[in-house]
Design a protein around this ligand. Structure first.
Ligand code: GLU
Length: 325
């Protein structure tokens, strides 16, 4: 469904550590796309998992993103109609959506205690998709469920999927077509400890906040069909999606938070000019061949998602050395 009106995008950091170059890359491209269309930008903090999220990182993320040169129209420090901006404060929205799905018969309780259930609140990455849920608890009858609840067992909530094939047009990658069975099958919406899953929280928030454009890493590509299925069940519009390539480290792995020297905070503390960081990232995005130090706004003329590189980009030791030199 295509909506008319002003584009609205979001920056959605998880406060589980300091923002690193990989986050800055995704935020920069999301920011450029929205600003190039004269759109609105919302900063939403994805702190749904209480075990992993830390308040000190919320403040640090905002500060470091501003240092890097980004701004937003709404967020924890700029109140507006989409508030609140911390997922930990939006739980009633998620419970309402869960109740609606439950009433429609789209969910079932799951008593499995697999390790996989622990990581549900964080966005899954390429390597986390794993095997599809075999549907063990889907087969349980009402009496079995009642007996398990009666014995004090806690249950997660899963969505009943039907092997649907979901297709969408990615603004960068073109036509995408995936079967839900290849994206984890019946996926969980709430853990047995009550923590809502990333999939549900993001879908509900994107709709409630009026998000029309989602720019995020290709590591989250397999989440998109799950979010689209939820949008259909809940009667939400589907935003335009763009899954951008990843930044890889010199060993070819995803740039991870363990690279302390590659956090925005670390670079800033070493006295690096933010414009040089933007210069490096925009060179990788094909927007600044000579890697000139620039402000994000300097990259706006002619910016289009469709022109970004489609393959992952390597951050070499040399790149890092040049930055901190
Ligand atoms: N909070 C997620 C992350 O940091 C982003 C999720 C999304 O953009 O949908 O990986």
């Amino acid at each position: 469904m295509r909506r008319v009106g002003r584009v609205c995008g979001r920056l959605a950091p998880s406060p589980t550590g300091y923002a690193h170059l990989g986050n800055a890359w995704a935020f920069l491209l999301a920011w450029l796309s929205v600003r190039a269309q004269n759109g609105r930008l919302i900063l939403r903090v994805e702190d749904i998992d209480p075990q992993r999220s830390k308040m000190k990182f919320v403040d640090a993320l905002l500060e470091d993103m501003r240092w890097f040169g980004l701004d937003w129209d709404e967020g924890p420090d700029v109140a507006g109609p989409a508030q609140p901006y911390l997922q930990s404060r939006r739980k009633d929205h998620y419970e309402e959506a869960l109740a609606r799905l439950g009433r429609a018969g789209a969910t079932y309780p799951c008593f499995c205690t697999r390790g996989e259930l622990r990581n549900l609140a964080s966005a899954p990455h390429v390597e986390d998709i794993g095997v599809s849920y075999p549907g063990t608890c889907r087969q349980l009858g009402e009496a079995q469920r009642a007996a398990l609840f009666g014995a004090g067992r806690k249950a997660a909530v899963r969505l009943r999927c039907f092997g649907e094939e979901i297709s969408f047009t990615d603004a960068l990658r073109g036509e995408e077509r995936m079967r839900l069975a290849d994206c984890g099958g019946d996926f969980a919406l709430r853990r047995s400890d009550g923590v809502v899953s990333y999939q549900l929280a993001v879908t509900v928030d994107d709709a409630a906040m009026g998000i029309t454009e989602v720019v995020r890493g290709r590591d989250i590509l397999h989440s998109t069909p799950r979010q689209i299925v939820l949008q259909r069940l809940l009667g939400y519009a589907t935003p335009r999606y763009a899954h951008i390539p990843l930044l890889l480290d010199s060993e070819g792995g995803r740039l991870a938070k363990r690279h302390q020297s590659l956090t925005l905070r670390g670079l800033r503390q070493q006295g690096v000019d933010a414009r040089r960081v933007v210069g490096l990232l925009s060179r990788m995005a094909g927007l600044n061949p000579r890697e000139k130090p620039v402000n994000p706004g300097d990259l706006l003329p002619g910016f289009a998602l469709a022109r970004l590189p489609k393959h992952d980009q390597l951050v070499t030791e040399d790149d890092v050395r040049r930055l901190v030199a």
